[in-house]
Design a protein around this ligand. Structure first.
Ligand SMILES: Cc1cc2nc3c(=O)[nH]c(=O)nc-3n(C[C@H](O)[C@H](O)[C@H](O)COP(=O)(O)OP(=O)(O)OC[C@H]3O[C@@H](n4cnc5c(N)ncnc54)[C@H](O)[C@@H]3O)c2cc1C
Length: 425
């Protein structure tokens, strides 16, 4: 299947095509090349965008604001939880980005003044910008699930931002007795990386199968259907018979509250006591997007899909998980593709050139066991003010020989290498 070989949950590319709606563009001048672009958030979107801007026009003054000196990546973090890799293989420095001429500021952005075009960072410093790119990823909605706050997350980890939460969940699995119940609470869409909860359930089952074979994984789901469902369910039957149970929305799987003191998860139809509770709550754009005025009442940021310009704040662009991407799932692949297309649009706008209509290709891999993965790819273009999926994507076939699953597991590793090199060098 060619589409699969092209890209398969995770990937890339900003392309071209028709012309954007008419925009008020400044006249090109050499002074505009020295324009100041500030990028907030050094994850897959922000890091890739900052580097792409510098590549497109080395004269641009690009500043990347990111509080952490090391980025910890979510893709493949489910393997860390399952003890299949170490957290260090998820960690990347910003050295290559600095070496590419981007000014990396190790601070959190705390406010944005769109009238003055200023970003204020935690130490009080103000940074002026001509264009601001927001890529702050997600924040967990600690107000969405009764009983689940930051203190609860220390007992019932979400592990939906990689790092300490990932390691906490892994330690809890390691400490659990054989015969224990591991429950995953999965929220309704939209969420960061829609297939990742099911990948996680699979890899936890893989860990339990060899170490604690009397244990069970229970998925309590606020959705009826999920991406690549048949592929996952077939793999569960084949690899982990009787170990993974899923309660869907219509079966009463929606989690309505939690009690961290007793490790209880309450759903529409019953209570469950889990030895390990992985509670993934609803999410929203990273808080700075809301502070900047770029998030609407959904908690996410509406954008013009041609330029990624915020529909709410002038001279601000939003990419990655934080934006409302229409049909594009929230993934590192999408963030990377959006980052490159946004960089091209911003550079063009600054030079007085009409931005091209982007064509984004995204792909992602789901790993259910070492050497067993499948993939999903999509191609997206602006339609009626949103990104819509167009022809050209594909999914792994349901009835494929095991060799394809093995090959896609290898391709997943290559994908990770490519995307992290594109972002972090
Ligand atoms: C378990 C799991 C598995 C996943 N697997 C895959 C996969 O296989 N393939 C795939 O494509 N995607 C995967 N994803 C999704 C992927 O991780 C995200 O979609 C991607 O990271 C989004 O990129 P981003 O730039 O929007 O956000 P992020 O990569 O999260 O980056 C956001 C950055 O912004 C910074 N930031 C936030 N607020 C501020 C502020 N105020 N000031 C400065 N900086 C700030 C943060 O510190 C962070 O570094 C997975 C996600 C999870 C949870």
């Amino acid at each position: 299947m060619d589409a699969l070989r092209l890209m398969t949950r995770r990937n890339v590319v900003g392309g071209v095509a028709a012309t954007a709606a008419s925009l008020a563009l400044p006249c090109p001048s050499s002074a505009q090349s020295a324009a100041r672009i500030v990028v907030i958030g050094g994850g897959f979107g922000g890091a890739s965008c900052a580097r792409a801007l510098k590549r497109i026009d080395p004269k641009l003054q690009v500043t990347l604001i990111e509080p952490n000196r090391t980025f910890t990546a979510c893709p493949f973090s489910n393997e860390v939880i399952a003890g299949l890799r170490e957290i260090e293989s998820q960690q990347f420095s910003y050295d290559a980005i600095s070496a590419a001429g981007v000014t990396v500021l190790a601070q959190a952005a705390v406010s944005v003044n769109p009238q003055m075009r200023l970003v204020v960072v935690a130490d009080g410093k103000s940074l002026p910008y001509d264009r601001l790119v927001l890529s702050p990823g997600i924040d967990v909605r600690f107000d969405a699930l009764p009983g689940y706050d930051e203190a609860a997350a220390a007992k019932m980890p979400h592990a939906w931002k990689a790092g300490e939460q990932t390691l906490l969940l892994r330690r809890q699995l390691e400490a659990m007795d054989d015969g224990g119940l591991v429950a995953l609470a999965v929220p309704a869409a939209p969420l960061r990386c829609p297939p990742a909860p099911y990948e996680r359930a699979s890899l936890i089952a893989h860990y339990l199968k060899s170490r604690k074979p009397r244990s069970k994984v229970l998925i309590l789901d606020a959705k009826d259907a999920f991406p690549q469902q048949r592929l996952f369910e077939n793999a569960w039957k084949e690899l982990y018979p009787g170990m993974i149970e899923r309660v869907s929305l219509s079966q009463g799987g929606r989690v309505t509250s939690v009690d961290p003191a007793t490790s209880t998860i309450v759903t529409d139809f019953g209570n469950y006591t889990a030895q390990v509770a992985n509670v993934i709550p609803a999410q929203k754009a990273g808080r700075i997007a809301e502070i900047a005025g770029a998030a609407d009442n959904t908690g996410w940021c509406p954008i013009d899909p041609v330029t990624f310009a915020s529909k709410l704040v002038p001279n601000v662009h939003v990419i990655g998980d934080a934006c409302i991407g229409g049909g594009i799932p929230k993934s590192a692949s999408a963030a990377n593709a959006q980052a490159k297309a946004c960089a091209a649009a911003v550079a063009n706008l600054i030079s007085g050139i009409q931005p091209e209509t982007p064509r984004l290709v995204g792909a992602c891999y789901n790993t259910v066991a070492p050497g067993y993965a499948f993939s999903l790819s999509g191609v997206y273009q602006p339609r009626d003010g949103m990104f819509a999926e167009i022809e050209g994507g594909g999914t792994s076939p349901v009835d494929a020989p095991r060799e394809l699953r093995t090959r896609e597991a290898d391709e997943a590793q290559s994908w990770y290498k490519t995307i992290t090199v594109e972002a972090f060098g």
